[in-house]
Ligand binder design. Structure first.
Ligand code: HEC
Length: 157
């Protein structure tokens, strides 16, 4: 009887924690806006192709400067990826870093001060994208500030 009660409590607490994380994730999703001026203001530093996929990657100029000097990417860094499938723009995905962001995430999820966002080809937020996946995969790059292509940034012209 007692064991059953404890088990029930654990289940309830588990649900509460999951709900709390989910609602935080929703709130944080509103942070990253579409980077309207990336194409004119930012630096194109990498093209990645894989099968029918072509990715064009841009970063704010202060980020490129910092990467070249081996310094941490500054607050205000925005990395924008145009994602083409079979030559057609499919979506945009964006990473943005700001001082103080990310503090609400548990350590196993947090990617430093980065937030993630996925946009449709028409630049509206893709509400159906599970940004938790972005956090999980980019977490593997924690040794290089959660950015897969950091090395390409240091070599950008
Ligand atoms: C399964 C792993 C995986 C997932 C999930 C993932 N990414 Fe990435 N991301 C990568 C890899 C690998 C690269 C490097 C470019 C390449 O090889 O395609 C990358 C590159 C990027 C870049 C360019 C900067 C960098 O880190 O090199 C941005 C911006 C980005 N991803 C945003 C996102 C967003 C937003 C999401 C969620 C909607 C997401 N990613 C989900 C693996 C992932």
């Amino acid at each position: 009887m007692k064991i059953q009660k404890t088990r029930k409590l654990i289940v309830v607490l588990g649900f509460a924690a999951a709900a709390a994380v989910a609602s935080q994730a929703r709130a944080s999703r509103d942070l990253v806006k579409f980077p309207q001026r990336y194409a004119s203001d930012d630096a194109h530093y990498a093209t990645v192709t894989r099968g029918g996929i072509r990715e064009e990657i841009f970063a704010t100029r202060a980020a490129i400067e910092a990467a070249r000097k081996g310094q941490p990417l500054p607050s205000g860094t925005v990395i924008t990826m145009e994602d083409y499938r079979d030559g057609k723009l499919f979506r945009y995905i964006v990473l943005e870093k700001r001082a103080g962001w990310g503090a609400e995430y548990p350590p196993e999820q947090r990617n430093g001060e980065w937030e993630f966002q996925a946009f449709n080809a028409d630049k509206t937020v893709n509400e159906t994208e599970n940004v938790g996946r972005c956090f999980s995969c980019h977490k593997s790059q924690s040794a290089q500030d959660f950015v897969f292509t950091l090395d390409r940034m240091t070599k950008a012209n």
